[in-house]
Design a protein around this ligand. Sequence first.
Ligand code: TRP
Length: 457
Amino acid sequence: MENIGRATFGSKFGALMATLGTAVGLGNIWRFPYMCGANGGGAFLFVFLLCALLLGLPVMITEFFIGRHSKKNATGAFDVLAPGTHWNVIGFNGVLAAFLILGFYTVVSGWTMGYMFQSLSGSLNGKTADDFTSDFSLFISSAPRLMFWTVIVVIMTHYIIYSGVKKGIERSAKFMMPLLFIVLFALTIRSITLPGAKAGLQFLFNPDFSKITSATILSAMGQSFFSLSIGMGCLITYSSYFGKTTNIQTTAFQVTLLDTFVAVLASVMIFPAVFSFGIQPTAGAELVFITLPNVFEQLPLGNLWAFVFYLLLAVAAITSIISLHEVVTLYIHEEHHVTRKKAAIYVSAGILVLASISSLSLGIWKEYTLFGLTFFDFLDYITAKIMLPFGGMMICIFVGRRIEKKILKEELTNKGTTSFYFFNIYAFFIKHIAPVAIGLIFLYETGLIHWIMNLLN
Ligand code: TRP
């Protein structure tokens, strides 16, 4: 077989850590707490958990099936499973999405690095709430400073990808993911032992079900997909490195559970601290780069906590960036017959160009917009709201309609050596429930549903 000699992860633990590395990222520590804050706390958490388990988990298993069965990159996998068809468009969509996500994700990671450095140098000290607000807008509009940090992020990622699957991706994840958990636990304990932390915990764990609206459900569903890295071939790519004996269901279950756990823990870390200092949980970028520096400023050893927090964010972000980089690198390497190292160089160079444009679009190029959005926001919008739901939906349709159930079951049970009790329920979900549910998010989030309703009326 032509796949002989292809890289695989060295151990099950390594495979788990690498996959967890892609899932746990800015989505868990930055986006989840803010979404939760904006959507009524506990109620959002409840719906999110349901979405992750009922939709996220089955779609993840499906991506793992495609990856390990074909042992190919996100596009090539479809050519192996459905030769001579156009299903590989799903893979192209994914590879392109990965590249576009890198264009803004590396920039936000650069902010994180910048703040990590500032906490070390003490320049976050002695500032007022207004200072933090103006500092942040100054920071994101200073292109050279931003580019400096983005370049550092890209160099680190490049080095890891360049070192290969086992020696780069797996080894770094085996080190970084446990570190992430240690740091997260330390910060959480610090936060919940603050006076007045209880209000934050109540906000998170006392769901007010009257707050659940259709918008909550759709946001929670979208968030669970983003957080689990579903819909663009990241999981296809990583699972193509899984060994024969890796248990797909267990791995998917563990990744879903741990990823969700990190999102919850990040909220348990952030809300008590925020409430304890009488600050409201505000939206988006502000929560982490404006609100939290205020909290750190008031803590004893504030600089140390700030450093540890941004380190946590940086580690989470980098393992996700590695996975996105790998999707594109592996695609170029396998489909265009370029060596892996050369492919990695092309991708890193491409990211730098894209990231420069998106950085500048927050500063001097603010006036140039696409569909009313800055280039930075455009990249975020088109990937998270259009390309990922489309990919996720198509992946389910592809496996549900095109793959024989027998082949699916064989792969998912390692040729019958492990059992899969819920196989029939899983297969039903993939074929009938998941595509409809994802299709709905897509229609709502893009506003297309209003357009359709108007047509029908
Ligand atoms: N899941 C990561 C996070 O929570 C981001 C991410 C990495 C991602 N790879 C992805 C999101 C693929 C969607 C698709 O931050």
